[in-house]
Design a protein around this ligand. Structure first.
Ligand SMILES: [Zn+2]
Length: 245
């Protein structure tokens, strides 16, 4: 039988020695029981770890219990991420968002390939903080609350854009400015726009090396945006982020 590919985004211990896995694939989110997967010598152990790309089959449960993971193979353990504390912190932020917000997403095919590509790039990059930002920023589009950077959110004009009006979720032109309560302006808004518009496939370390270091400001923007538009506060970012970064 052909295996489906997916990424384990959460693995919770269950009963004595099993785990409940949450797997994202191109078809959707799967929650399933991996029996005996907490045992180090179990055949299920290797593919039941968080942050692992696996091939898998699931048998649908007939009664009101968990679906069961019946076959698994490891495709990528992302060892280069797991060996590096800073990369791991970024990856955990990415997986935490995916876990908490994937039910807002319809296009799992795009979500899966996007997540897969960002994690692959995270393995080899020197700029993991930027990939964490790129993931958070571009995911907003898939979540249906993408910010509008390239035109005025009020009139659609592309010229004379003054600042980002936070509560409207977009730029405002000279004529449309009024009594905005919270605005973002400055060079880092341009960096945000660049990162939002450029295709992920075209991003590499040479390009990221040329960007000004706006990560702190951009992260502040993204934290506020996720909280206001999605009611999401990253526990991984507030715990890991503050300790490690
Ligand atoms: Zn306008």
């Amino acid at each position: 039988m052909e295996l489906e590919e997916g990424i384990v985004i959460k693995a919770n211990k269950y009963l004595e020695n099993s785990k409940i896995l949450t797997i994202i694939s191109a078809k959707g989110t799967h929650t399933c029981l991996a029996r005996a997967s907490s045992k180090l010598r179990s055949k299920n152990y290797s593919y039941s770890q968080i942050l692992t790309k696996i091939g898998f089959n699931i048998s649908k449960s007939k009664r009101n219990s968990f679906d069961i993971l019946t076959t698994g193979t490891v495709v990528n353990t992302y060892i280069k991420i797991k060996e590096n504390t800073s990369k791991l912190a970024s990856a955990l932020v990415i997986l935490d968002i995916t876990y908490h917000l994937n039910d807002h997403i319809d296009d799992f095919s795009t979500l899966f390939s996007f997540l897969d590509l960002v994690l692959t790039k995270l393995e080899s990059t020197k700029y993991e903080h930027y990939y964490e930002i790129i993931f958070r920023l571009k995911l907003l589009f898939l979540l249906g609350v993408g910010p509008t950077f390239s035109k005025c959110i009020a009139c659609g004009k592309k010229e004379d854009l003054m600042f980002f009006d936070f509560y409207s979720g977009g730029m405002k032109c000279k004529e449309c400015t009024g009594d905005e309560k919270k605005i973002y302006r400055g060079d880092y808004v341009r960096t945000l726009q660049t990162l939002y518009n450029i295709k992920i496939e075209q991003i590499n370390d040479e390009l990221l090396a040329q960007l000004p270091n706006h990560t702190a400001m951009i992260n502040e923007f993204l934290d506020a945006y996720y909280e206001y538009f999605l009611g999401y506060v990253s526990s991984a970012r507030s715990i890991l982020g503050k300790i490690i970064k």
